[in-house]
Design a protein around this ligand. Structure first.
Ligand SMILES: Nc1ncnc2c1ncn2[C@@H]1O[C@H](COP(=O)(O)OP(=O)(O)OP(=O)(O)O)[C@@H](O)[C@H]1O
Ligand SMILES: [Mg+2]
Length: 309
């Protein structure tokens, strides 16, 4: 299956969900603190990256398609940093600001080539701001070809059910990267893309492939989904749909950094579906994208050229 760069560039994906700022502070460790038995890190370099739904949207534009990002952030320094970082990639930003919200930041402190500490800043957004996001969603929806919900469990998708209903009514494909143990709010989506641990949390452990198949199809029917796409790390991925299931084996040649592979997979699926491919047609390409991204250090995106090489 191939797709021209031209048709890819016309695909428009609306990404909605929890964004975060991935922050890295690198420094030198020369001594132990006189205050407590901990190392003193003298920071020499800082790095910032798009995280969560922002990374998903970044994957869409790296593929050469168009992405809009709808999210709620705080009114803090991190939110402005993140918005600038996102806007710089060509993603259209629709950031709602909640003054009581701390923008989600994951700050890693790295000294002597190793991570010494990770600090997480986060809290849950206010419902009024989230309600205003739903109104923005209604306006944005007609100008997009697919909707992607990136749920990182930070509370930004409290109104996801409502938004799914609207997208369904307009016949837009709906792809969801789920979180948590209650998937009832994802009812009527086109496809959800849990990893193994996430799916297990919802359907329980499976004893073998036949058992997995039964459980996955039950979930699909119960939630009225078109499909469930299980991403299985080194085992590749399996799509369960009305016609049965389709499995593709993992493609990675070398594995350096597995973080963000799930983001790349759902972003690729959404982009290709927005460009007119079916889930089954998009599946092997999304798997290829996942395999490519785990072979990269740092950057967690795949280009059009790499995908179709
Ligand atoms: N170790 C690996 N070897 C080969 N391919 C891999 C590996 N890990 C991930 N992949 C590829 O990436 C896809 C998504 O990975 P995975 O199932 O780990 O998602 P995830 O747990 O959601 O990832 P994330 O860390 O982004 O949350 C897999 O289906 C596969 O195509
Ligand atoms: Mg994931």
């Amino acid at each position: 299956m191939t797709l021209s760069k031209q048709s890819m560039s016309q695909a428009r994906v609306l990404v909605v969900g929890d964004v975060m700022l991935d922050r890295y502070w690198y420094g030198a460790v020369d001594r132990i603190s006189p205050e407590a038995p901990v190392p003193v890190v003298r920071i020499t370099r800082e790095e910032e990256r798009n995280g969560g739904a922002a990374n998903v949207a970044y994957n869409v534009v790296t593929l050469g398609a168009q992405a809009s990002l709808l999210t709620v952030v705080g009114a803090d320094e991190a939110s402005h940093k993140l918005e600038a970082l996102v806007a710089q990639t060509g993603i259209r930003t629709h950031f709602g600001r909640d003054a009581d919200l701390k923008t989600t930041v994951k700050l890693r402190v790295i000294g002597r080539q190793q991570q010494l500490l990770r600090l997480d800043f986060e809290n849950t957004p206010k419902s009024e701001i989230l309600a205003s996001q739903t109104a923005t969603f209604t306006q944005l929806l007609p100008q997009h070809d697919a909707v992607l919900f990136s749920d990182y469990g930070k509370g930004g998708l409290a109104h996801v059910g409502d938004m799914i209903g609207q997208a369904r009514a307009l016949g837009k494909p709906i792809l969801i990267d789920p979180k948590g143990s209650d998937y009832s709010r994802y009812q009527q989506a086109s496809v959800i893309t849990p990893n193994r641990a996430e799916l297990q949390q919802v359907i329980g452990a499976w004893s073998d492939e036949a058992d997995l198949r039964t459980k996955a199809h039950n979930l699909r029917t119960q939630l009225k989904l078109d499909a469930v796409l299980l991403t299985r790390s080194e085992e590749g991925m399996t799509l369960f749909d009305a016609d049965g299931q389709l499995h593709v084996s993992a493609q990675a040649r070398e594995v350096f950094d597995v973080t963000g592979a799930g983001d790349t997979v759902i972003a690729t699926m959404a982009t290709l579906v927005a460009a007119g491919l079916t889930l089954r047609e998009a599946l092997p390409l999304a798997n290829r994208a996942g395999g490519l991204v785990v072979g990269k250090f740092g950057t967690a995106t795949v280009s059009y050229e790499e995908l179709f090489a």
